[in-house]
Design a protein around this ligand. Structure first.
Ligand code: SF4
Length: 265
């Protein structure tokens, strides 16, 4: 109540000051009229999460079926989806600063899908995920740690556009891009997902736990086992953490029924 009184006093003083200025300017009278209405201050604008687009092969309210599609049909559907992404302008800042969109790398049916954060400068320039220094390290992880070829895995990111200055993706940008990620994973149908870093883990698993707390065990994304480990860019800054990634890879290989490199068959 005391605050209401102070507010009324404030409005009265402003009105008196306004009338004094009018009088000083020669105004002798003001028209009678309805009581003044003080407009409420507009609420601060919330970040806009754009309505999720309908993606190729999707119908409103109906989960897209991919189980009946051949590998070739899934490959074609991914290409159509990549074209859709190229035209996407849901995140105003990102689509005004990107050189091009960065969809994904690999083929449907890959046993493992690596999911990172967002394209960086090299990826934005080349249109392919994980081609910079962090990408070189990911290649070593795939080839040296998993004993697989890069062409045997699928690689994509939470965002398809580079955030300016490589800043962390904003929550509404990740939400805007999520339908593309979900549809990609539906079409690739990996047996395992490896989430690289906190951004991938947070958005895939809808958790706020750190990588340190999430790694070392499997989680679940729509029935697909998800392993969380450190992002290669983090490893470039913190080489000591490579041993944790190696432990995580051994866990993945064990789950896949493959021997760890150096282990006796
Ligand atoms: S980040 Fe994803 S949702 Fe945002 S503009 Fe790029 S493609 Fe569209």
């Amino acid at each position: 109540m005391a605050e209401d009184g102070a507010e009324t006093d404030g409005i009265r003083s402003q009105l008196l000051a306004h009338l004094a200025r009018l009088h000083a300017a020669g105004v002798e009278w003001v028209p009678d009229g309805p009581p003044l209405e003080v407009a409420a201050a507009p609420a601060p604008a919330a970040p806009v999460v754009a309505q999720a687009p309908l993606l190729p092969g999707m119908e409103e309210g109906i989960a897209p079926a991919v189980s009946g599609l051949s590998l070739d049909e899934r490959r074609q559907a991914l290409q159509v989806l990549a074209e859709e992404v190229k035209r996407c302008t849901l995140c105003a800042e990102l689509c005004s600063t990107r050189t091009q969109t960065v969809f994904g790398d690999g083929t449907p049916g890959a046993e493992i899908c690596f999911v990172g954060e967002a394209p960086g400068a090299d990826e934005d320039a080349q249109g392919v995920p994980f081609v910079g220094a962090a990408g070189q390290l990911l290649n070593k992880i795939i080839e040296g740690g998993l004993r697989m070829k890069r062409s045997e895995v699928y690689i994509c990111n939470i965002l398809r556009c580079r955030p300016p200055g490589n800043r962390t993706p904003l929550p509404y940008e990740a939400a805007n891009c999520r339908p593309f990620l979900e549809r990609t994973l539906e079409l690739v149908q990996p047996k395992y997902i490896c989430a690289l870093g906190a951004c991938a883990a947070t958005n895939l698993l809808q958790t706020t736990l750190s990588v340190g707390k999430l790694r070392g065990r499997f989680h679940n994304y729509k029935g697909i086992p998800v392993l969380v480990t450190y992002h290669p860019a983090y490893l470039l800054r913190n080489p000591d953490a490579k041993r944790f990634v190696w432990d995580d890879l051994k866990l993945l290989l064990q789950r896949m029924g493959r021997p760890a490199p150096g282990a006796k068959r």
